[in-house]
Design a protein around this ligand. Structure first.
Ligand code: ADP
Ligand code: FBP
Ligand code: MG
Length: 534
């Protein structure tokens, strides 16, 4: 049986059925379980830890801590959790010419991906996720699949590639030919038209930025969306979007389960900010970092050609400074990188002005990269209180780039009486409104195919993504409960400080203290600055 280690298998036993969002955990006895599916006996081998400890299958709620020293599987739901009599069929990939020579076409039901791969000899095996990939059995007949794809939230390079590869994956691997594109994000389910998608329609779309399905913020109405899914007879829903979108996907999945519909809900995580928890990296991030090099390069060329040139490049990153950090490290032309996670100050010893003065004396020019979410509390103090949010409820950011440019200009011309040449470059949308590069295209393909294999195999309420380079099915709540931020105590940030030689603005104990609540603090600052400003 393919999903032998899942909570679903457990729910077939006399044990109570397990919902993916409750907090039950069960220990499998290290004996073989036999179930009869489709007149075939499948032998289910329980997983045991290397130390021969019983496996713990953890079905986690957002506040649960896994604290077992054995093997822990954080599993995703399966349609048979709530539709126990659902029939299964042989995977059509068995007959695929392309896969004929593959040594192991199907992922072993026991394969799991470890969240932590750096461990010590006696450390616990820790949390694992189900490995993504094709299964021997599928829970949909190809000609009965009616799939839909929706894209929500901000843009990101590679969305069109993901759309293309879901369509081509469904069509070429599984023979599915009913695929709908929902136009304009979540609200498109109930207020917009649909597009009929086929390999022919999507053939060239990966060469274009944006999303052919268009996107939107706001408009998530679970009941209306699921009503529409039912009305259209959709049974596979592919949802491409960031943290907000994935929260919406979890609600759709819950409603589908409540109504007992045979609908697989698969999330594909998207964000330019790379702040989605658990997964290694979000698609399009590398492309954006590459594109940011062009802006940084332009700033560098400009400022090295004038007297006392100071270039400021503002890059995206609402709560996390990954784009800025990686663009800085990649470029080597950046003298200072300011991110939301690392507080900074302008005046006095160890401050930004002192650093700029030193750089100008030594080099005659400098380049600063600033993430859009950095220093929001400063900008808020200099502006009247406003309370603007986007349609999804995300607070709109104040322009740190313009604020910083003005502050530096004022300080050096008025206080220091120096001639200074400021060049402010804001390539915000330019780094995300482009097609994905080659490696992101391949990454998007793997994400899309993993999602298709997962849905066909009957998994639902999951997000796909690489964990330590292996693609996995991750419970949606796991990727939405926290946001990934730059850790000031990690070696990557130290590498950045060493490469720019910028001040760290915090002493050692301040860093540790700040880091403890860094992610939460950044979110709090951004979400509260409008109301606290005077
Ligand atoms: N907590 C939530 N619950 C349900 N839907 C949400 C939630 N947060 C956002 N959404 C919906 O997800 C979509 C995209 O969210 P948004 O925050 O704009 O972008 P992203 O998904 O990229 O983070 C919007 O349609 C929004 O209504
Ligand atoms: O102007 P828009 O389209 O709302 O997008 C701006 C925001 O979108 C982002 O690019 C990413 O946000 P999401 O991943 O939530 O879509 C942020 O960096 C930025 O603040
Ligand atoms: Mg978001």
């Amino acid at each position: 049986m393919d999903h032998s280690i899942s909570s679903r298998s457990l729910s077939r036993s006399p044990s109570p059925s397990i919902s993916p969002f409750n907090s039950k955990r069960m220990i499998l006895n290290p004996v073989f379980h036999k179930f009869n599916f489709d007149s075939r006996n499948f032998e289910i081998k329980p997983l045991v830890s290397r130390q021969n400890r019983p496996v713990v299958v953890a079905v986690r709620s957002s506040n649960q801590k896994v604290h077992n020293d054995g093997f822990v599987l954080e599993d995703v739901p399966h349609l048979t959790n709530f539709l126990p009599d659902l029939p299964s069929y042989p995977n059509p990939l068995k007959k695929s010419q392309a896969y004929a020579v593959v040594k192991q076409t199907f992922v072993s039901p026991e394969d799991a991906v470890a969240q932590n791969i750096v461990i010590q000899k006696d450390s616990p095996r820790g949390v694992h996720f189900r490995r993504a990939g094709p299964r021997e059995k599928v829970y949909f007949k190809s000609d009965e699949v009616r799939a839909c794809i929706v894209t929500c939230g901000g843009l990101c390079p590679g969305i069109n590639t993901v759309i293309r590869e879901i369509v081509c994956g469904l069509s070429y691997m599984y023979g599915v030919d009913e695929i709908l594109g929902i136009e304009g994000g979540y609200r498109g389910f109930y207020s917009k038209n649909t597009l009929t998608l086929s390999p022919k329609v999507v053939n060239d779309i990966h060469k274009r930025g944006g999303t052919i399905l268009r996107t939107s913020r706001g408009g998530h109405d679970t009941n209306k969306i699921v009503d529409n899914i039912e009305d259209r007879g959709i049974n596979q829903v592919y949802i491409i979007g960031g943290d907000g979108t994935q929260k919406g996907a979890a609600l759709i999945y819950k409603e589908v389960e409540k109504r007992g519909l045979q609908v697989a809900v698969a999330g594909i995580p998207k964000t330019i900010d790379n702040d989605i928890a658990v997964i290694d990296k979000s698609f399009g991030f590398d492309t954006a970092v590459e594109e940011a090099q062009r802006a940084i390069n332009a700033a560098h060329v400009e400022v090295e050609s004038v007297e006392n040139g100071v270039g400021i490049v503002k890059l995206m990153g609402r709560y996390s400074g990954f784009i800025s950090m990686y663009a800085t490290l990649a470029s080597r032309d950046v003298d200072c990188c300011l991110i939301p996670e690392s507080p900074f100050y302008l005046e006095g010893p160890g401050g930004l002005f002192e650093f700029i003065e030193r750089q100008l004396k030594e080099n005659g020019h400098m380049v600063i990269v600033v993430a859009e979410g950095a220093g929001q509390e400063f900008v808020a103090q200099s502006m009247p209180a406003v309370d603007e949010k986007d349609a999804s409820g995300n607070r709109l950011l104040l322009d740190i780039g313009l604020w910083l440019t003005q502050k530096i200009k004022d300080h050096f011309t008025k206080v220091q009486k120096m001639t200074i040449n400021m060049k402010y470059i804001d390539p915000t949308y330019m780094i995300r409104a482009i097609p994905s590069n080659g490696s992101d295209n391949i990454y998007c393909t793997l994400l899309a195919h993993s999602a298709v294999h997962g849905a066909m195999a009957g998994f639902t309420g999951f997000t796909v993504g690489p964990v330590n380079s292996r693609h996995a099915y991750i419970p949606i709540a796991r990727v939405t409960e926290t946001q990934k931020t730059v850790k000031l105590t990690d070696r990557m940030w130290a590498r950045l400080l060493a490469s720019t030689n910028q001040p760290s603005f915090l002493n050692c104990s301040e860093v540790l203290h700040h880091q403890e609540k860094a992610g939460r603090k950044t979110t709090e600052v951004i979400n509260s600055e409008r109301t606290t400003s005077t």
